[in-house]
Design a protein around this ligand. Structure first.
Ligand SMILES: [Zn+2]
Ligand SMILES: [Zn+2]
Length: 213
């Protein structure tokens, strides 16, 4: 049986972007993780190639990271661009950093979306695909979901089960489970209360763990 660890949160933002709570500081995130007895947290602030705050962010996390006993991953959430490249400075695209690749723009073009996704899955510096779901304008056939799943398996990527958006869709999860793809949980916290909170995706967790009663 597959189990998801609800004491691990692999997708947390902080106040380095302009749309998270002001009190979502690195220090407060660490305190919250301690309070909730989390075992692993990942700092995954939104990044762009042009971001100029990244060094300060990394320095701050590394300072606090040394003082805690739980596992702290340092990295970024980067947008999957139309050509399938990742909007992240090249200096962070290596195995030192934990990188979530997610769609943040609608391409309104299924082929472009799918090709970009496959390229992101094949990117050796991407660890996880975040909040994966097709755009509302299109859906994937079961064969396309299966092909995507096989690509995820052969590139050894993890699929995030995202609490903010309740994704991926059940039909994706069903196929990915059959292919024994790795899942982990991400709150996608933009405020302190959301850290390690997976109440909104209890149904997805149950579905993955086969614990429906
Ligand atoms: Zn995102
Ligand atoms: Zn996010």
């Amino acid at each position: 049986m597959l189990l998801l660890n609800t004491k691990e949160d692999y997708h947390i933002h902080c106040n380095y972007n302009d749309h998270s709570s002001f009190d979502l500081t690195v220090d407060n995130i660490i305190k919250k993780a301690k309070e909730k007895n989390l075992q692993t947290i990942a700092f995954t602030e939104h990044v762009r190639k042009s971001s100029d705050w990244t060094e300060k962010y990394l320095e701050e996390i590394n300072f606090f990271k040394g003082k805690v006993s739980f596992n702290t991953l340092v990295g970024f959430e980067a947008k999957i661009l139309a050509d399938g490249n990742i909007d992240c400075p090249d200096s962070y695209l290596n195995d030192k950093y934990f990188v979530i690749a997610s769609f943040h723009t609608k391409y309104k073009d299924k082929k472009q979306w799918y090709d970009a996704l496959i390229k992101a899955v094949q990117n050796e510096n991407v660890n996880v695909i975040g909040h994966l779901a097709p755009e509302p304008e299109f859906s994937l056939t079961s064969q396309e979901i299966k092909n995507l799943g096989e690509e995820i398996v052969s590139n050894d990527k993890t699929i995030e089960v995202n609490a903010k958006y309740s994704r991926p869709p059940l039909e994706f999860i069903k196929t990915f489970k059959e292919l024994e793809i790795k899942f982990h949980l991400g709150s996608d916290a933009h405020s302190l209360d959301e850290i390690g909170n997976f109440d909104r995706i209890k149904h997805l967790i149950k579905f993955i763990e086969d614990t429906y009663e």
